[in-house]
Design a protein around this ligand. Structure first.
Ligand SMILES: Cc1cc2nc3c(=O)[nH]c(=O)nc-3n(C[C@H](O)[C@H](O)[C@H](O)COP(=O)(O)OP(=O)(O)OC[C@H]3O[C@@H](n4cnc5c(N)ncnc54)[C@H](O)[C@@H]3O)c2cc1C
Length: 396
């Protein structure tokens, strides 16, 4: 291959990370064929609104699309909705899809993301999960005023859905084994404020208990029996207990898929094989740690980074982690790498009692910043964190 811009690229997974890679390649002048195998039958769409505006504001697919149809067409991708990668032969440089077609590549980009974990104790019961547009449609149909919704799992998606369900007039109980959910992600004080916010909106939070069993009741309700022997009767049960990397198709490749797809510091799995987005686990040289980020901003940034890598611009991938999450009228944003050992400083936003920042320091250095309804105030700290990573880059 003389010109990298003529290379045949196969991208498995046509969502945020895969499409970011494809778009960035074309923006960089890539002329070679780009095939996108996308297990979902829709044009590529975005997931964050599925727990928010899709539920509360009636957004439809046209508002979720990652690219408007005309811009997508302009990219001249060979995009295959509804076609999954079934296996890969890395030595031969070929991906086989589930329709039996073979896709030879010069570069393979693994972008198959995550699928929700189930709860074996509820096998056979009509529970909902939330990852895809179809999942979101089922949830939307079920969220009626007065319906009793049991959300299992008080992570970001579970609590966002609790907020959404409450704002649509449903009764909500959240069941969570951890006593102080999200404290390990947001710090104890902010996590407690988030729980108070939900409680103030009428969400019943049952923490420190697990779901032991479920049973179908007459009339279609489901009874959950909790570890403290109490019960919750629900019209709708949403299981939101995390998601697992979609790596089945990579078995027999020799790739380490023990927690996502293991990459080197450049997001490279092997020569000419890369991983991007929620599925990628790589050595982040800025933190000197193996890291996997399940947040939207990383999907875009890592896709762009890998597009550059495919074109021979090899740099360690050392992003500043960033995410947001919405609950009622509160937007939380976090930049940097929070660790529970960090020292937390509360910063008020003058004149606002509905907004604050938290600064997290370790060894005297700023490591992470959280903003509660304070997007503007976050900006300088985010810049400072980015500059610190950039400084470190010199010695990487
Ligand atoms: C409901 C919801 C709300 C969210 N809200 C936020 C938020 O507020 N803020 C935030 O920062 N992040 C949020 N996220 C996370 C964010 O959406 C993800 O980080 C992002 O979607 C990751 O993109 P990805 O392309 O890596 O993976 P995915 O989005 O998981 O996409 C992977 C794609 O690959 C497909 N696929 C799987 N296996 C195969 C195969 N064998 N062959 C071909 N295709 C395959 C899948 O069907 C899927 O379409 C949210 C996620 C969800 C589900």
């Amino acid at each position: 291959m003389t010109d990298v811009k003529q290379a045949r690229v196969v991208i498995a997974g046509g969502s945020a990370a895969g499409m970011s890679t494809a778009t960035a390649l074309r923006r960089r002048g890539h002329d070679g064929p780009i095939t996108v195998l996308s297990a979902e039958r829709h044009l590529p769409y975005d997931r964050p609104p599925l727990s928010k505006q899709y539920q509360t504001h009636g957004w439809e697919l046209d508002r979720l699309l990652l690219l408007p149809a005309d811009r997508l067409a302009g990219l001249e991708l060979d995009i295959r909705p509804g076609v999954a990668a079934e296996s890969a032969d890395l030595a031969a440089g070929v991906v086989r899809d589930d329709a039996g077609a073979h896709h030879p590549y010069d570069h393979l980009v693994i972008a198959t993301g995550l699928a929700p974990r189930g709860l074996p104790t509820l096998d056979g019961l009509p529970v909902l999960q939330l990852r895809t547009l179809e999942d979101a449609g089922r949830l939307r149909a079920a969220l009626r005023p007065g319906a009793h919704v049991a959300v299992i799992g008080a992570g970001f998606i579970g609590l966002e859905c609790a907020a959404t369900a409450r704002s649509l007039g449903a009764e909500v109980t959240v069941v969570e084994p951890v006593a102080d959910p999200l404290a390990n992600r947001l710090g104890a004080d902010t996590a407690a404020r988030l729980r108070s916010l939900h409680a103030g909106q009428g969400v019943r939070l049952r923490t420190g208990v697990t779901v032991g069993a479920g049973a179908r009741l007459a009339g279609g309700r489901t009874r959950l029996t909790l570890s403290d022997t109490s019960t919750v009767d629900a019209d709708v049960v949403l299981v939101a207990v995390g998601a697992a990397p979609c790596v089945d198709w990579l078995h027999n490749t020799g790739i380490d898929v023990s927690d996502g797809v293991l990459c080197d510091a450049y997001s490279r799995v092997r020569e000419r094989v890369w991983a991007v987005g929620d599925i990628a686990r790589w050595h982040h040289r800025g933190y000197d740690e193996l890291i996997r980020i399940e947040h939207r901003t990383n999907a875009t940034e890592q896709g762009q980074h890998v597009a550059a890598g495919i074109h021979g611009e090899l740099r360690p991938y050392r992003p500043l982690p960033f995410f947001w999450t919405d609950h009622y009228d509160v937007r939380l944003q976090m930049a940097g790498r929070y660790t529970p050992a960090a020292v937390e400083t509360h910063v008020d936003v003058p004149g606002r009692d509905d907004a604050f920042l938290k600064l997290f320091h370790a060894d005297g250095d700023l490591r992470a910043v959280l903003a509660w309804n304070a997007p503007k105030q976050l900006v300088p700290y985010r810049r400072e964190l980015l500059a610190r990573l950039d400084d470190d880059r010199v010695t990487a």
